[in-house]
Design a protein around this ligand. Structure first.
Ligand SMILES: [Zn+2]
Length: 123
């Protein structure tokens, strides 16, 4: 949420000058309940007109150590293991029956048996 909108909201909620223990208590109060409904209506209108107001910034994610390790391992395999690359490509781009067949092949241990990615080739 953008800061001006947030500040406006806080200001509007403080407008009644009441202090309530909880939101449910506030909504039960005639003054605050009415105020809340009014603020909510204006808020919804403003957001509807300009959805950017409540757009969340994309969180910047750092890879965890474990994530970085997995990423590196995958990158290495994609560069050096044509069989793995072929496997992923089939899963991503194959037809439904090709995908099914590929999964069955994977599950059967075919790749463990036939692949040696350090060699970078089929064996
Ligand atoms: Zn009140």
């Amino acid at each position: 949420m953008e800061t001006p909108l947030k500040n406006w909201l806080i200001g509007e909620f403080q407008r009644t000058g009441h202090r309530h223990e909880s939101m449910s208590e506030a909504s039960a109060c005639d003054t605050c309940g009415t105020n809340f409904k009014r603020v909510e209506r204006i808020y919804n209108e403003r957001v509807k007109k300009n959805p950017e107001l409540v757009k969340r910034p994309e969180p910047k994610r750092e890879l965890s150590a474990k994530g970085a390790e997995m990423y590196n391992a995958m990158e290495f395999r994609l560069k050096n293991d044509p069989m793995y690359k072929w496997h992923l490509k089939t899963l991503a781009q194959g037809t439904a029956s090709e995908k099914k067949k590929e999964w069955e092949r994977w599950e059967s241990g075919y790749y463990k048996k036939h692949n040696d990615f350090n060699l970078g080739k089929w064996r």
